[in-house]
Design a protein. Structure first.
Length: 168
């Protein structure tokens, strides 16, 4: 599952997806984590925001040339089902870290890259729907939960958000 990166200097890091190979690598991580490990229906896991040319930005993380993680970012108001669709809010989605890379800091690096990109795009707030089993991870990153627990794709989630200040 190797892939090309946007930087020849360092094979490690989190990159905005720019090539078909990077897209395949990001989707391979998502398939393994969400479809294979968690049993999410593939028809739910992949949607219109995964098509090239949409408003979503995809990210892929590499460790020694191997895909280690993935994420997706899009304007919160781009989906009519979004709650709180203020134009200053972006939504992080499909955040996944390969099982053999968990505990190595990849989730934090992916989220920082997503946050930096959202900030650069002019968003003031980042929202997400966290699986409740990883809520503590997002708590440590400064996200605050709001609302009641709910189910997405058969998995308990909680809505969370953080302000994207310039000094984060």
């Amino acid at each position: 599952m190797g892939g090309s990166r946007s930087s020849d200097d360092d094979p490690n890091g989190v990159f905005v997806v720019e090539t078909d190979a990077q897209r395949r690598d990001a989707f391979a991580v998502r398939r393994t984590v969400f479809v294979d490990e968690q049993g999410v229906d593939e028809a739910i896991e992949y949607d219109d925001y995964d098509d090239p040319g949409t408003v979503a930005t995809h990210f892929v993380a590499y460790d020694d040339g191997e895909p280690a993680g993935a994420a997706r970012l899009r304007p919160a108001g781009s989906d009519p089902d979004d709650d709180g669709s203020e134009s200053d809010t972006a939504k992080a989605e499909r955040v996944a870290v390969a099982a053999d890379r968990r505990g190595e800091g990849w989730g934090r690096r992916i989220m920082r890259a997503v946050e930096d990109h959202a900030r650069a795009e002019g968003f003031d707030r980042l929202a997400l729907h966290a699986q409740t089993r990883v809520r503590a991870f997002y708590d440590k990153l400064g996200y605050e939960a709001y609302g009641e627990e709910f189910e997405e794709a058969g998995i308990p989630h909680i809505a969370m958000e953080t302000m994207l200040t310039s000094d984060t």
